[in-house]
Design a binder for this molecule. Structure first.
Ligand code: GUN
Ligand code: ZN
Length: 433
């Protein structure tokens, strides 16, 4: 058995601050003890140091803050090359930038090279788990899982299902993508820390037949996730109404096909009715909020008060490549701005919850990750509190007052603050100084 110990400021959440605002722990001089990749103990350095084995060396991070790895509940790995593409809203952005970029993934070399970059970029940003869209190509998902497996990451992904509304090279064939999805589930779901998500892109790019097939696959494989988009943009919603006139609303398209349950993650949910919120809440599905994306392609301002009122599970997603940053810190900043514009001040506790334990709950992986409860997998980030001259200066005025410090971090921070990232107790990224 190998024991490792990390001394630093340490912070993690124990529960939802909306339910219990005291559900967190902060140690100004803390110790995190990891055994064989799992959290053994967390506490003050003074109280825990005496429990260490004689042979265990303590790694001391001065002027740093250790916290659980970030969790990104919605991201597209094949879209790294179109981030920051100018001037369109969703439906045009898809046709002009996204679909042409995704066509390139018919080439296995593109799949491997992009997956390698993507996984590195997640870790460089302190993201240790994610729910990820591939492309329609089976090879894209194989490549991504291969790269994630090399780092032993807890990652969930799926091959996109689409059979209309896109160039021919991006459409599933006669079997509607069934055989490839089945192969990928068999090969990857539950292998190590990996999980599969059945991934119909969104209602406009699937025929009712394909959605029905996806629902049947979900029924046959109850432990896999379902991952799709919903209610992102007003033109998109109108178009779904035209394509599915018999459905009561956008959510109902997915409900009718057995795609809404406790392992369903719906990206965006910017424009939703009260009825939709109630039904999502009842089903146990969750919304991934993607503020940098919503602002970049002009989709709108999500309504956190409405989600809270109806107890709809939610967390944060970067939605790269409509989103503009891999960083969950930058995403928290954007979420704060969106809430301000809707007369709600998002607290740092709420934001960090969404980016860690709340994200784990949305992905149903909170038994494994999300905080430092003993027995959980030791995925964590070491954040540099002197990452930039401005952050150094601001941390002095925050004076280790936790909420002031966390808030300044989420407003000023990004990938520059990530000093080191650990996956199951193993260092997988270290900033070069
Ligand atoms: N809706 C359907 N596909 C996409 C996509 O790739 N990105 C975003 N933001 N929304 C979508
Ligand atoms: Zn998306």
């Amino acid at each position: 058995m190998t024991q490792k110990a990390y001394r630093s400021q340490i912070f993690h959440l124990l529960g939802d601050p909306q339910v219990d605002e005291a559900a967190y722990q902060y140690f100004k001089d803390g110790l995190l003890i990891v055994e064989d990749g799992f959290v053994k103990a967390i506490g003050s350095y003074r109280s825990l140091v005496k429990t260490l084995r004689a042979t265990t060396k303590v790694k001391h991070y001065k002027n740093h803050l250790i916290m659980p790895g970030f969790i990104d509940t919605h991201i597209h790995f094949p879209q790294v090359d179109i981030i920051g593409s100018y001037g369109r809203q969703l439906m045009d952005w898809l046709q002009d930038y996204t679909f042409p970029a995704e066509m390139n993934f018919s080439d296995p070399k593109v799949c491997t090279q992009t997956a390698n970059f993507f996984v590195k970029e997640l870790l460089r940003n302190g993201t240790t788990s994610a729910l990820v869209f591939g492309t329609v190509h089976e090879g894209s998902v194989d490549a991504l899982f291969n790269e994630a497996q090399k780092k032993n990451m807890r990652l969930i992904a799926g091959k996109v299902l689409m059979d209309r509304g896109a160039p021919k090279g991006l459409l599933d064939g006669k079997d509607l993508g069934k055989a490839a999805t089945k192969r990928l589930i068999k090969k990857w779901h539950g292998r190590g820390r990996l999980g599969y998500a059945i991934t119909p892109r969104f209602a406009p790019t699937s025929t009712p037949d394909q959605l029905a097939m996806a629902g049947t696959l979900k029924k046959e494989n109850p432990t896999v996730h379902v991952h799709t988009h919903m209610c992102e943009n007003k033109d998109e919603i109108k178009y779904v109404g035209e394509l599915f006139p018999q459905a009561a609303d956008y959510l109902n398209v997915y409900e009718k096909h057995g795609l809404v349950g406790d392992k369903t993650v719906l990206a965006h949910g910017v424009h939703m009715s009260m009825s939709m919120c109630k039904r999502i809440s009842k089903s146990g599905a969750a919304i991934s909020l993607c503020p940098t994306s919503n602002m970049f392609i002009g989709s709108g301002l999500f309504n956190l008060s409405q989600l809270r009122r109806h107890k709809v599970a939610h967390a944060l997603g970067t939605d790269i490549g409509a989103g503009t940053s891999f960083s969950l810190l930058a995403t928290m900043n954007a979420a704060y701005s969106v809430c301000q514009l809707r007369d709600l001040s998002l607290s740092s506790m709420d934001a960090f919850y969404m980016a860690t334990l709340g994200g784990a709950k949305v992905l149903s992986i909170d038994e494994n990750v999300g905080n430092f409860e003993p027995g959980k997998e030791a995925d964590f980030v070491v954040m540099d509190l002197k990452a930039t001259p401005l952050i150094t200066r601001r941390m002095k005025t925050a004076k280790k007052r936790l909420k002031a410090m966390l808030f300044a971090i989420m407003i000023l921070g990004d990938d520059r603050m990530i000093s080191e990232t650990f996956v199951m107790g193993k260092s997988v990224y270290k900033k070069v100084l």
